[in-house]
Design a protein around this ligand. Structure first.
Ligand code: DX5
Ligand code: ZN
Length: 217
């Protein structure tokens, strides 16, 4: 089980201090949203941020590309550990996954709340990770969409049936209550933004870890 704080919700002014707090809590993955103002309304981060994080920290970098035509930009993210492309953002999903794998990185495909698991069934054997969006992409702090849990269950079932190895990641309003539904459904990677960075970061992380512990044995 992995908790991934989302950089988008960190305080830019106190970033160094906040990243140190995460490190001290044993967090080793960081989720970085890249948004182009086209695929999603907002804009955020890019390759420079990823390069700086790689040079200055030792977090594993989980890069969530919310951009049109991601295959054009993937080569700029060689310092990532995991690259996620949205099913909805490209006509060439297979090519995008191949590009990521050829760079020696882990490949993940994200699906929006309205996208069914069946749309990515063909590529599941190639994937290291599947990201189920539990909010509309691009806007942190939105309401958790509970219907997306059936997609996690479906992925978990396919994984068991076909012996696939991908991790199941969730992103969008993950907090100490919603994480339970995700755990129950079969997710094992949890992106959390507003919840972790509002108030006491160590306490918020502890409250998520407490829920996770109930499912680990
Ligand atoms: C939103 C981003 C998320 C965001 C999550 O589209 O993909 O990673 O930072 O923030 P919360 O947890 O606040 O919804
Ligand atoms: Zn994200």
């Amino acid at each position: 089980m992995i908790i991934l704080p989302s950089l988008l919700n960190a305080n830019t002014y106190n970033i160094k201090e906040q990243l140190q707090i995460l490190k001290d809590k044993g967090i080793d993955h960081l989720h970085v949203d890249v948004m182009d103002g086209q695929f999603v309304p907002s804009q955020a981060f890019g390759p420079n941020t990823v390069n700086d994080l790689k040079n200055m920290t030792d977090f594993k970098l989980d890069i969530h590309l919310m951009i049109e035509n991601p295959e054009k930009h993937i080569p700029l993210y060689k310092n990532a550990d995991i690259i996620t492309v949205h099913y909805e953002s490209t006509r060439h999903l297979y090519r995008a996954i191949q590009l990521i794998k050829n760079m020696g990185l882990k490949a993940c495909v994200a699906i929006n709340p309205a996208t069914s698991v069946s749309m990515i069934e063909e590529v599941l054997p190639m994937l290291d990770q599947v990201l189920v969006m539990t909010i509309n992409p691009g806007v942190p702090g939105e309401k958790f969409i509970a219907q997306t849990m059936t997609k996690i269950e479906k992925l978990d079932q396919l994984k068991k049936e076909k012996n696939y190895h991908f991790n199941i990641e969730v992103d969008g309003n993950v907090n100490k209550d919603t994480i339970n539904e995700c755990l129950k459904a079969g997710a094992n990677m949890f992106v959390s933004g507003s919840y972790i960075f509002n108030g006491s970061i160590p306490d918020n992380i502890d409250s998520l870890l407490e829920e996770v512990k109930k499912y680990e044995y």
